[in-house]
Design a protein around this ligand. Structure first.
Ligand code: LRH
Ligand code: MN
Length: 425
Protein backbone atom coordinates (compact mmCIF):
# COMPACT_ATOMS: atom_id res chain seq x y z
CA UNK A 1 0.00 0.00 0.00
CA UNK A 2 2.76 2.47 0.94
CA UNK A 3 6.54 2.03 0.66
CA UNK A 4 8.90 3.64 3.16
CA UNK A 5 10.65 5.29 0.19
CA UNK A 6 7.53 7.33 -0.46
CA UNK A 7 7.52 8.43 3.19
CA UNK A 8 11.20 9.45 2.92
CA UNK A 9 10.48 11.38 -0.30
CA UNK A 10 7.81 13.46 1.47
CA UNK A 11 10.09 13.91 4.50
CA UNK A 12 12.82 15.33 2.26
CA UNK A 13 10.37 17.93 0.93
CA UNK A 14 9.37 18.93 4.49
CA UNK A 15 12.84 18.68 6.11
CA UNK A 16 13.96 22.33 5.85
CA UNK A 17 10.76 23.77 7.35
CA UNK A 18 10.71 21.05 9.99
CA UNK A 19 14.36 21.65 10.95
CA UNK A 20 13.71 25.42 11.30
CA UNK A 21 10.85 24.80 13.79
CA UNK A 22 12.83 22.12 15.65
CA UNK A 23 15.88 24.36 16.04
CA UNK A 24 13.74 27.16 17.48
CA UNK A 25 12.02 24.78 19.94
CA UNK A 26 15.35 23.21 20.92
CA UNK A 27 16.66 26.68 21.82
CA UNK A 28 13.46 27.67 23.64
CA UNK A 29 13.38 24.50 25.79
CA UNK A 30 17.13 24.47 26.35
CA UNK A 31 16.76 27.90 27.96
CA UNK A 32 14.30 26.25 30.38
CA UNK A 33 16.83 23.47 31.06
CA UNK A 34 14.78 20.92 29.10
CA UNK A 35 16.59 18.46 26.82
CA UNK A 36 14.33 17.86 23.82
CA UNK A 37 15.71 14.39 23.02
CA UNK A 38 14.44 13.22 26.44
CA UNK A 39 10.96 14.43 25.47
CA UNK A 40 11.23 12.99 21.95
CA UNK A 41 12.18 9.57 23.37
CA UNK A 42 9.12 9.63 25.65
CA UNK A 43 6.90 10.54 22.71
CA UNK A 44 8.35 7.67 20.68
CA UNK A 45 7.58 5.26 23.53
CA UNK A 46 3.95 6.46 23.74
CA UNK A 47 1.83 4.10 21.62
CA UNK A 48 -1.92 4.57 21.02
CA UNK A 49 -4.20 1.65 20.14
CA UNK A 50 -6.51 2.06 17.14
CA UNK A 51 -10.11 0.76 17.37
CA UNK A 52 -11.03 -1.84 14.72
CA UNK A 53 -14.53 -0.36 14.64
CA UNK A 54 -13.41 3.11 13.57
CA UNK A 55 -11.73 2.33 10.22
CA UNK A 56 -14.93 2.89 8.27
CA UNK A 57 -17.19 5.91 8.16
CA UNK A 58 -19.50 5.72 11.16
CA UNK A 59 -23.07 6.90 11.05
CA UNK A 60 -25.81 8.21 13.21
CA UNK A 61 -29.47 7.16 13.33
CA UNK A 62 -30.05 9.88 10.78
CA UNK A 63 -27.66 8.56 8.19
CA UNK A 64 -24.30 7.13 7.14
CA UNK A 65 -22.25 8.42 4.21
CA UNK A 66 -19.64 5.80 3.20
CA UNK A 67 -16.25 7.19 2.21
CA UNK A 68 -15.18 4.26 0.02
CA UNK A 69 -12.25 1.87 0.37
CA UNK A 70 -13.37 0.76 3.83
CA UNK A 71 -11.97 -2.50 5.25
CA UNK A 72 -14.26 -5.47 4.50
CA UNK A 73 -12.79 -7.86 7.07
CA UNK A 74 -10.34 -8.18 9.97
CA UNK A 75 -7.40 -8.68 7.62
CA UNK A 76 -8.05 -5.33 5.87
CA UNK A 77 -8.61 -3.59 9.24
CA UNK A 78 -5.14 -4.81 10.29
CA UNK A 79 -3.72 -3.51 6.99
CA UNK A 80 -5.23 -0.06 7.66
CA UNK A 81 -3.85 0.10 11.22
CA UNK A 82 -0.52 -1.12 9.82
CA UNK A 83 -0.60 1.84 7.42
CA UNK A 84 -1.38 4.29 10.25
CA UNK A 85 1.53 2.87 12.29
CA UNK A 86 3.85 3.01 9.25
CA UNK A 87 3.02 6.72 8.89
CA UNK A 88 3.23 7.87 12.56
CA UNK A 89 5.14 5.01 14.29
CA UNK A 90 2.85 5.62 17.30
CA UNK A 91 -0.05 3.18 16.76
CA UNK A 92 1.41 -0.30 17.27
CA UNK A 93 -1.78 -2.04 18.45
CA UNK A 94 -5.42 -2.56 17.52
CA UNK A 95 -8.45 -2.98 19.78
CA UNK A 96 -10.88 -5.67 18.62
CA UNK A 97 -14.64 -5.87 19.04
CA UNK A 98 -16.34 -9.27 19.23
CA UNK A 99 -18.25 -10.56 17.25
CA UNK A 100 -17.33 -7.97 14.56
CA UNK A 101 -13.68 -9.19 14.57
CA UNK A 102 -13.84 -12.95 15.23
CA UNK A 103 -10.60 -14.30 13.71
CA UNK A 104 -11.25 -16.84 10.91
CA UNK A 105 -7.70 -18.23 11.26
CA UNK A 106 -5.90 -17.04 14.40
CA UNK A 107 -2.43 -18.10 13.22
CA UNK A 108 -2.85 -16.32 9.90
CA UNK A 109 -4.05 -13.22 11.77
CA UNK A 110 -1.01 -13.38 14.07
CA UNK A 111 1.27 -13.63 11.02
CA UNK A 112 -0.42 -10.60 9.48
CA UNK A 113 -0.12 -8.62 12.73
CA UNK A 114 3.58 -9.48 12.88
CA UNK A 115 4.07 -8.38 9.27
CA UNK A 116 2.58 -4.99 10.18
CA UNK A 117 4.51 -4.73 13.49
CA UNK A 118 1.21 -4.75 15.40
CA UNK A 119 -0.29 -6.49 18.45
CA UNK A 120 -3.83 -6.75 19.85
CA UNK A 121 -4.17 -4.55 22.93
CA UNK A 122 -7.70 -5.44 24.09
CA UNK A 123 -10.81 -7.38 23.15
CA UNK A 124 -14.16 -5.60 23.63
CA UNK A 125 -17.25 -7.67 24.35
CA UNK A 126 -20.60 -6.76 22.81
CA UNK A 127 -23.79 -7.46 24.71
CA UNK A 128 -25.47 -4.32 23.36
CA UNK A 129 -26.68 -6.02 20.14
CA UNK A 130 -28.51 -9.30 19.54
CA UNK A 131 -26.71 -11.64 17.17
CA UNK A 132 -28.55 -13.79 14.61
CA UNK A 133 -30.07 -16.96 16.19
CA UNK A 134 -29.27 -15.69 19.69
CA UNK A 135 -31.45 -17.71 22.14
CA UNK A 136 -32.27 -14.74 24.38
CA UNK A 137 -32.42 -10.99 23.68
CA UNK A 138 -30.36 -8.30 25.38
CA UNK A 139 -33.24 -5.82 24.90
CA UNK A 140 -33.71 -5.52 28.64
CA UNK A 141 -30.07 -5.94 29.58
CA UNK A 142 -27.28 -8.45 29.62
CA UNK A 143 -25.08 -8.92 32.73
CA UNK A 144 -27.75 -7.08 34.76
CA UNK A 145 -30.78 -8.84 33.21
CA UNK A 146 -33.48 -10.06 35.60
CA UNK A 147 -33.40 -13.53 33.99
CA UNK A 148 -30.39 -15.72 34.89
CA UNK A 149 -30.40 -17.44 31.48
CA UNK A 150 -29.79 -14.08 29.78
CA UNK A 151 -27.04 -13.16 32.29
CA UNK A 152 -25.42 -16.56 31.71
CA UNK A 153 -25.48 -16.00 27.94
CA UNK A 154 -23.73 -12.65 28.39
CA UNK A 155 -21.21 -14.13 30.83
CA UNK A 156 -20.40 -16.91 28.34
CA UNK A 157 -19.95 -14.31 25.58
CA UNK A 158 -17.37 -12.44 27.68
CA UNK A 159 -15.58 -15.69 28.51
CA UNK A 160 -15.53 -16.48 24.78
CA UNK A 161 -14.01 -13.03 24.14
CA UNK A 162 -11.18 -13.95 26.51
CA UNK A 163 -10.65 -17.16 24.50
CA UNK A 164 -10.37 -15.17 21.23
CA UNK A 165 -7.99 -12.79 23.01
CA UNK A 166 -5.80 -15.67 24.15
CA UNK A 167 -5.61 -16.91 20.54
CA UNK A 168 -4.26 -13.49 19.52
CA UNK A 169 -1.97 -12.87 22.54
CA UNK A 170 -4.13 -10.12 24.03
CA UNK A 171 -4.34 -9.81 27.84
CA UNK A 172 -7.11 -7.25 28.26
CA UNK A 173 -10.90 -7.63 28.29
CA UNK A 174 -12.93 -4.42 27.99
CA UNK A 175 -16.52 -4.48 29.25
CA UNK A 176 -18.98 -1.70 28.40
CA UNK A 177 -22.64 -2.35 29.22
CA UNK A 178 -25.56 -0.69 27.45
CA UNK A 179 -27.70 -2.03 30.31
CA UNK A 180 -30.08 0.49 31.91
CA UNK A 181 -33.63 1.80 31.89
CA UNK A 182 -35.64 4.42 30.04
CA UNK A 183 -38.38 5.16 32.55
CA UNK A 184 -38.70 5.59 36.34
CA UNK A 185 -39.87 2.34 37.91
CA UNK A 186 -38.70 0.21 34.98
CA UNK A 187 -35.65 -1.13 36.86
CA UNK A 188 -34.88 -1.91 40.52
CA UNK A 189 -31.56 -0.12 40.35
CA UNK A 190 -29.91 -1.62 43.50
CA UNK A 191 -30.72 -5.17 42.34
CA UNK A 192 -29.53 -4.39 38.81
CA UNK A 193 -26.19 -3.29 40.26
CA UNK A 194 -25.87 -6.45 42.39
CA UNK A 195 -26.70 -8.76 39.46
CA UNK A 196 -24.10 -6.92 37.36
CA UNK A 197 -21.49 -7.22 40.10
CA UNK A 198 -22.10 -10.97 40.44
CA UNK A 199 -21.98 -11.47 36.66
CA UNK A 200 -18.71 -9.52 36.30
CA UNK A 201 -17.24 -11.50 39.21
CA UNK A 202 -17.96 -14.73 37.30
CA UNK A 203 -16.24 -13.40 34.20
CA UNK A 204 -13.30 -12.18 36.29
CA UNK A 205 -12.88 -15.65 37.83
CA UNK A 206 -12.63 -17.14 34.31
CA UNK A 207 -9.85 -14.72 33.29
CA UNK A 208 -6.18 -15.87 33.44
CA UNK A 209 -4.25 -14.26 36.36
CA UNK A 210 -2.14 -12.13 34.02
CA UNK A 211 -5.18 -10.59 32.32
CA UNK A 212 -6.68 -7.16 33.00
CA UNK A 213 -10.38 -6.30 33.02
CA UNK A 214 -11.32 -2.73 32.05
CA UNK A 215 -14.81 -1.63 33.16
CA UNK A 216 -16.12 1.32 31.14
CA UNK A 217 -18.84 3.66 32.48
CA UNK A 218 -21.32 5.86 30.59
CA UNK A 219 -24.01 8.20 32.01
CA UNK A 220 -26.59 7.70 29.25
CA UNK A 221 -27.28 6.18 25.76
CA UNK A 222 -28.65 3.88 24.64
CA UNK A 223 -30.74 4.23 27.80
CA UNK A 224 -31.93 7.67 28.81
CA UNK A 225 -33.19 7.34 32.44
CA UNK A 226 -30.50 5.19 34.10
CA UNK A 227 -27.43 3.17 33.09
CA UNK A 228 -26.28 0.30 35.34
CA UNK A 229 -22.65 1.59 35.20
CA UNK A 230 -23.20 5.39 34.80
CA UNK A 231 -20.12 6.87 36.44
CA UNK A 232 -16.55 6.36 37.64
CA UNK A 233 -17.70 5.63 41.19
CA UNK A 234 -19.80 2.66 40.10
CA UNK A 235 -17.05 1.29 37.88
CA UNK A 236 -14.53 1.81 40.73
CA UNK A 237 -16.72 -0.05 43.24
CA UNK A 238 -17.17 -2.95 40.80
CA UNK A 239 -13.39 -3.09 40.29
CA UNK A 240 -12.79 -3.17 44.04
CA UNK A 241 -15.39 -5.95 44.40
CA UNK A 242 -14.18 -8.30 41.66
CA UNK A 243 -10.41 -8.12 42.05
CA UNK A 244 -7.05 -6.30 41.74
CA UNK A 245 -6.77 -6.84 37.95
CA UNK A 246 -9.94 -4.85 37.32
CA UNK A 247 -9.59 -1.15 36.55
CA UNK A 248 -11.70 1.78 35.44
CA UNK A 249 -11.76 2.70 31.74
CA UNK A 250 -12.34 6.43 31.14
CA UNK A 251 -14.02 7.20 27.80
CA UNK A 252 -13.71 10.99 27.50
CA UNK A 253 -17.15 11.25 25.86
CA UNK A 254 -18.87 9.44 28.71
CA UNK A 255 -19.32 12.43 31.03
CA UNK A 256 -22.15 14.85 31.63
CA UNK A 257 -21.49 18.43 30.47
CA UNK A 258 -18.97 20.40 32.56
CA UNK A 259 -17.68 17.33 34.40
CA UNK A 260 -14.17 17.90 35.80
CA UNK A 261 -12.69 14.84 34.06
CA UNK A 262 -9.11 15.73 35.05
CA UNK A 263 -10.09 15.48 38.73
CA UNK A 264 -11.65 12.03 38.11
CA UNK A 265 -8.39 10.97 36.43
CA UNK A 266 -6.29 12.24 39.35
CA UNK A 267 -8.62 10.54 41.86
CA UNK A 268 -8.53 7.14 40.10
CA UNK A 269 -4.72 7.29 39.83
CA UNK A 270 -4.56 8.09 43.55
CA UNK A 271 -6.63 4.94 44.19
CA UNK A 272 -4.44 2.93 41.77
CA UNK A 273 -7.50 1.89 39.73
CA UNK A 274 -7.11 3.91 36.55
CA UNK A 275 -6.87 1.33 33.76
CA UNK A 276 -6.87 3.47 30.66
CA UNK A 277 -8.67 5.66 28.19
CA UNK A 278 -10.94 5.75 25.19
CA UNK A 279 -9.75 9.01 23.70
CA UNK A 280 -12.13 11.13 21.62
CA UNK A 281 -13.52 14.65 21.46
CA UNK A 282 -17.02 15.71 22.47
CA UNK A 283 -19.07 18.91 22.69
CA UNK A 284 -22.27 17.60 24.25
CA UNK A 285 -22.40 13.81 24.77
CA UNK A 286 -20.78 10.66 23.41
CA UNK A 287 -20.00 12.49 20.17
CA UNK A 288 -16.90 10.36 19.37
CA UNK A 289 -15.24 13.26 17.53
CA UNK A 290 -11.53 13.73 16.82
CA UNK A 291 -9.49 13.74 20.03
CA UNK A 292 -8.67 17.22 21.32
CA UNK A 293 -10.79 18.84 18.59
CA UNK A 294 -13.35 20.49 20.90
CA UNK A 295 -11.78 21.07 24.37
CA UNK A 296 -7.97 21.03 23.89
CA UNK A 297 -7.25 22.84 27.18
CA UNK A 298 -9.29 20.32 29.23
CA UNK A 299 -7.47 17.55 27.36
CA UNK A 300 -4.18 19.17 28.38
CA UNK A 301 -5.33 19.37 32.02
CA UNK A 302 -6.16 15.63 31.89
CA UNK A 303 -2.62 14.86 30.67
CA UNK A 304 -1.24 17.22 33.29
CA UNK A 305 -2.87 15.02 35.98
CA UNK A 306 -1.64 11.88 34.21
CA UNK A 307 2.00 12.98 33.96
CA UNK A 308 1.91 14.28 37.55
CA UNK A 309 0.71 10.85 38.73
CA UNK A 310 3.04 8.90 36.42
CA UNK A 311 6.06 10.87 37.74
CA UNK A 312 5.07 10.47 41.41
CA UNK A 313 6.68 7.31 42.91
CA UNK A 314 4.02 7.25 45.67
CA UNK A 315 1.31 6.59 43.06
CA UNK A 316 0.81 2.83 42.67
CA UNK A 317 -1.26 2.73 39.45
CA UNK A 318 -0.81 0.00 36.81
CA UNK A 319 0.50 0.87 33.32
CA UNK A 320 -2.24 2.67 31.42
CA UNK A 321 -4.02 1.52 28.25
CA UNK A 322 -4.01 4.32 25.67
CA UNK A 323 -6.82 3.66 23.18
CA UNK A 324 -8.92 5.72 20.78
CA UNK A 325 -12.68 5.21 20.52
CA UNK A 326 -14.18 7.41 17.83
CA UNK A 327 -16.39 7.27 14.76
CA UNK A 328 -16.02 9.36 11.66
CA UNK A 329 -19.14 10.74 9.99
CA UNK A 330 -17.60 13.49 7.86
CA UNK A 331 -13.80 12.89 7.76
CA UNK A 332 -11.67 10.19 6.15
CA UNK A 333 -11.33 7.57 8.92
CA UNK A 334 -7.56 7.15 8.52
CA UNK A 335 -6.91 10.91 8.38
CA UNK A 336 -9.14 11.40 11.45
CA UNK A 337 -7.24 8.71 13.39
CA UNK A 338 -3.86 10.20 12.36
CA UNK A 339 -5.14 13.58 13.58
CA UNK A 340 -6.30 12.06 16.91
CA UNK A 341 -2.97 10.32 17.56
CA UNK A 342 -1.13 13.55 16.78
CA UNK A 343 -3.36 15.49 19.21
CA UNK A 344 -2.73 12.89 21.93
CA UNK A 345 1.07 13.01 21.44
CA UNK A 346 1.25 16.82 21.32
CA UNK A 347 -0.86 17.09 24.47
CA UNK A 348 1.27 14.49 26.26
CA UNK A 349 4.42 16.36 25.15
CA UNK A 350 3.07 19.63 26.58
CA UNK A 351 2.29 17.95 29.91
CA UNK A 352 5.89 16.67 30.02
CA UNK A 353 7.11 20.30 29.79
CA UNK A 354 5.29 21.44 32.95
CA UNK A 355 7.82 22.52 35.60
CA UNK A 356 6.34 20.44 38.42
CA UNK A 357 8.66 21.82 41.12
CA UNK A 358 7.68 25.37 40.21
CA UNK A 359 3.99 24.37 40.09
CA UNK A 360 4.13 22.60 43.46
CA UNK A 361 5.82 25.66 44.99
CA UNK A 362 3.12 27.98 43.63
CA UNK A 363 0.39 25.59 44.88
CA UNK A 364 1.97 25.16 48.33
CA UNK A 365 2.19 28.96 48.65
CA UNK A 366 -1.30 29.52 47.22
CA UNK A 367 0.06 31.73 44.49
CA UNK A 368 -3.00 31.10 42.35
CA UNK A 369 -2.03 33.21 39.38
CA UNK A 370 1.53 31.87 39.13
CA UNK A 371 0.23 28.29 39.21
CA UNK A 372 -2.40 28.98 36.54
CA UNK A 373 -0.03 30.97 34.31
CA UNK A 374 2.55 28.18 34.51
CA UNK A 375 0.06 25.70 33.03
CA UNK A 376 -1.28 28.16 30.44
CA UNK A 377 2.23 29.05 29.28
CA UNK A 378 3.05 25.37 28.76
CA UNK A 379 -0.28 24.78 27.00
CA UNK A 380 0.50 27.63 24.61
CA UNK A 381 3.91 26.15 23.70
CA UNK A 382 3.81 24.79 20.12
CA UNK A 383 5.42 21.35 20.46
CA UNK A 384 4.25 19.89 17.14
CA UNK A 385 7.84 19.81 15.81
CA UNK A 386 8.73 17.42 18.66
CA UNK A 387 6.01 14.98 17.60
CA UNK A 388 7.05 15.29 13.94
CA UNK A 389 10.68 14.65 14.91
CA UNK A 390 9.72 11.62 17.03
CA UNK A 391 7.94 10.14 14.01
CA UNK A 392 10.85 10.99 11.67
CA UNK A 393 13.44 9.45 14.05
CA UNK A 394 11.28 6.28 14.24
CA UNK A 395 11.16 5.97 10.45
CA UNK A 396 7.73 7.54 10.04
CA UNK A 397 6.43 10.63 8.29
CA UNK A 398 7.16 14.16 9.43
CA UNK A 399 3.57 14.94 8.35
CA UNK A 400 1.55 11.68 8.24
CA UNK A 401 -1.66 13.24 6.88
CA UNK A 402 0.12 15.16 4.09
CA UNK A 403 1.93 11.95 3.12
CA UNK A 404 -1.32 9.92 3.22
CA UNK A 405 -3.02 12.51 0.97
CA UNK A 406 -0.02 13.14 -1.27
CA UNK A 407 0.41 9.42 -1.93
CA UNK A 408 -3.32 9.18 -2.82
CA UNK A 409 -3.77 6.17 -0.51
CA UNK A 410 -7.56 6.59 -0.21
CA UNK A 411 -8.19 6.46 -3.96
CA UNK A 412 -5.96 3.36 -4.08
CA UNK A 413 -8.13 1.75 -1.39
CA UNK A 414 -11.33 2.68 -3.26
CA UNK A 415 -9.93 1.12 -6.45
CA UNK A 416 -9.08 -2.06 -4.54
CA UNK A 417 -12.12 -2.31 -2.21
CA UNK A 418 -14.83 -0.28 -3.88
CA UNK A 419 -17.55 1.37 -1.74
CA UNK A 420 -17.64 -1.35 0.90
CA UNK A 421 -19.01 -0.56 4.37
CA UNK A 422 -16.89 -1.72 7.32
CA UNK A 423 -18.31 -3.43 10.41
CA UNK A 424 -18.37 -1.05 13.35
CA UNK A 425 -20.25 1.99 14.52
C1 LRH B 1 -19.89 2.85 24.04
C2 LRH B 1 -18.44 2.71 23.59
C3 LRH B 1 -17.78 1.43 24.01
C4 LRH B 1 -17.70 0.59 22.79
C5 LRH B 1 -18.45 1.29 21.79
C6 LRH B 1 -17.85 1.11 20.46
O1 LRH B 1 -20.38 4.12 23.72
O2 LRH B 1 -17.73 3.84 23.98
O3 LRH B 1 -16.45 1.65 24.33
O4 LRH B 1 -17.90 -0.71 22.93
O5 LRH B 1 -18.45 2.65 22.18
MN1 MN C 1 -15.66 3.70 24.54
Amino acid sequence: MLSNDIIQQYNEKLQAEHQFKLTYLTELLDRKGIDIQTIIDKIKAFQVAIPSWALGTGGTRFGRFPNGGEPRNLEEKIEDVGLIHQLNRSSNSISLHIPWDIPSDANAIKQLLKAHDLTIDSVNSNTFQDQKDQPFSYKFGSLSHTKSEVRDLAIQHNIQCVEYGKMLDSKVLTIWLADGSNFPGQSHMRSAYQRTSDSIASIYKSMPDDWTMLIEYKPYEPHFYSMVIPDWGTSYSLCQTVGKNAQVLVDLGHHLPNTNIEQIVGRLMHFGRLGGFHFNGSMYGDDDLTTGSIKPYQFFLIFNELVDGMQDPSVKNPPLAWMIDASHNTKDPIEDLLQSVNAILTTYAKALLVDREELTDAQENNDVLRAEELLRDTFMTDVRALVAEASRQAGGAIDPIATFRGAKIRSGLVDKRGFSVATGL
